[in-house]
Design a protein around this ligand. Structure first.
Ligand SMILES: [Zn+2]
Ligand SMILES: [Zn+2]
Length: 506
């Protein structure tokens, strides 16, 4: 933007970033968790690589050639050894998993239903209303489908274990199916034990069962001995005949890479039905394969009195991510058992999640050795002390009223609106001496100019009060009352009097 004329912004659009875009904007790939060498110089391809910007005065940025202060810093990137879920999109990922086919990835809606939702989206857009209600309804309808309307594949329910784990819940044949069938045939309740198992069920012979279900007697005996696992149709026939349930829930955990493969196949046309513009955001980008590394200038290290460096919380977190990422790659190359690989993947997921948000319910926060929780990305932005409320919409200056900066369409970008009442009582410190005493008193007594003269003079001091004008204790949340003119004049006289006494006292 430097050296360019200011541009008028036509519109803003928000979307996800393509991993390729992360790589393109990156000044360097970061591969080592080490930060400085023995001489205190930043290590190449480390987290403090001088291509990511400089903070030490005197050093030169290796990307833009500028010195600290004029270089804003540049992003780097980490190639993740395994895909991880972006915790900020956990809910949308769940929705897409529930609404699309596990086999062909298409939205589980018929063409007619899709058309219907497309036109509902158009209407909602025109009215400027929330698209969420429409997309939610589309997912709800798609989720109800037992089978995919396109490829016919059976669909399973998706269980979301917060923050970032997803399971496919499948009803599979219970491992105790022979025992359960035998119990039911003897007239016992397969779910109860001991005396409670007595029911008024009629015992039924294998022969009778074979007749009732239409299964061969030989097959019935094989099923009863556990030699043969009944197929779905046979299982359902036996379940119906004996009034029992032979299934149990099987939780099939979805790896982030599985979810990514799944989403990659969702057609653009179906993505549009969900109110997402596929040109700007593809669903698979919600699963990260590349992690952007913020510039050094966004996470400056500080040098303590004893000369030791203290790194920013974000840098600490990035060190964790790189270490686990490396261990993951080493273990995978060495052919480590699946269990170890899965543990490391979960650890990588944990570090990336807490890098983005360290206050997720159900996830233990990452801490310093002292026990203090790390302040990571989300914590920098959120809440009263965060970037939005703390740094952007509120500024403090001396002797001023306190206010929250809010937008005002009648103001230009480089103007600040100040209420008349506040502007007419601007405080300026002034050392009062014999030569300026008369002036000081005049300023105090002067008060506010009449309203018609005050327009467009907002930031000019109308009154100067030598002792800080003190409003007395005002409780939090008290309404600020309009001070009547008479009261204002008396108050000013009081201050002028105080000014005189102050002078005569010494
Ligand atoms: Zn630079
Ligand atoms: Zn399908």
């Amino acid at each position: 933007m430097q050296g360019q004329a200011p541009k008028e912004i036509g519109s803003l659009s928000f979307g996800l970033m393509d991993p390729e875009e992360y790589r393109n904007m990156s000044a360097t790939k970061v591969i080592t968790a080490d930060t400085y060498d023995d001489d205190g110089f930043p290590i190449d391809m480390g987290l403090m690589d001088p291509r990511l910007g400089v903070i030490d005065p005197g050093l030169e940025c290796k990307t833009c050639g500028k010195h600290s202060g004029s270089c804003n810093g540049h992003f780097g990137h980490i190639e993740l050894a395994q895909a991880v879920i972006h915790v900020g999109h956990a809910k949308l990922i769940r929705r897409l998993l529930r609404g699309t086919c596990r086999e062909c990835s298409r939205l589980c809606l018929t063409e007619n239903e899709k058309d219907e939702f497309r036109s509902r989206l158009d209407r909602t857009r025109q009215l400027g209303e929330d698209l969420n209600d429409v997309t939610k309804a589309a997912i709800r309808l798609a989720r109800k489908k037992d089978r995919c309307p396109h490829c016919g594949e059976k669909q399973y329910d998706i269980n979301h274990e917060k923050p970032t784990t997803y399971y496919e819940v499948q009803q599979v044949l219970s491992s105790e199916y022979p025992e359960r069938i035998a119990a039911a045939m003897e007239g016992r309740d397969p779910d109860a034990e001991g005396d409670e198992a007595e029911t008024d069920r009629e015992p039924i012979s294998p022969n009778a069962l074979a007749q009732e279900t239409g299964i061969d007697l030989e097959r019935v005996n094989q099923i009863l001995s556990g030699e043969f696992r009944p197929k779905r149709d046979d299982r359902e026939a036996i379940e119906q005949a004996l009034e029992i349930d032979l299934t149990e829930e099987d939780m099939n955990k979805l790896m982030a890479s599985d979810v990514r493969d799944w989403f990659e196949d969702i057609p653009d046309e179906d993505v549009k039905v969900l109110g997402i513009d596929p040109e700007k955001s593809r669903p698979e980008w919600m699963i990260l394969t590349v992690l952007p590394v913020p510039p050094v200038t966004a996470r400056p290290s500080i040098t303590l009195d004893n000369g030791q460096r203290s790194e920013d919380d974000l840098t600490h977190k990035l060190v964790d991510i790189i270490r686990i990422n490396q261990r993951f790659m080493e273990n995978r190359e060495a052919g480590a058992p699946q269990l170890i690989i899965e543990d490391l993947w979960e650890l990588l997921q944990y570090h990336v999640t807490t890098f983005m948000d360290n206050e997720i319910s159900g996830t233990p926060p990452a801490r310093h050795r002292s026990g203090r929780p790390l302040k990571t990305l989300s914590q920098r932005l959120k809440g009263k002390e965060g970037r939005f409320r703390g740094s952007l919409s509120g500024k403090r200056v001396n002797f001023s009223a306190r206010t929250v900066i809010s937008p005002d369409p009648t103001l230009s970008l480089n103007e600040v609106g100040v209420p008349d009442r506040v502007a007419s009582e601007m405080t300026q410190t002034m050392n009062v001496n014999d030569r300026n005493l008369a002036d000081a008193r005049r300023y105090v007594l002067g008060g506010r100019p009449p309203p018609h003269r005050r327009r467009h003079r907002h930031l000019q001091p109308a009154a100067v009060a030598a002792p800080d004008v003190h409003h007395g204790p005002r409780g939090r949340g008290d309404a600020v009352q309009d001070v009547p003119a008479e009261h204002d004049r008396m108050r000013r006289r009081r201050y002028a009097g105080r000014l005189r006494r102050l002078r005569t006292a010494d």
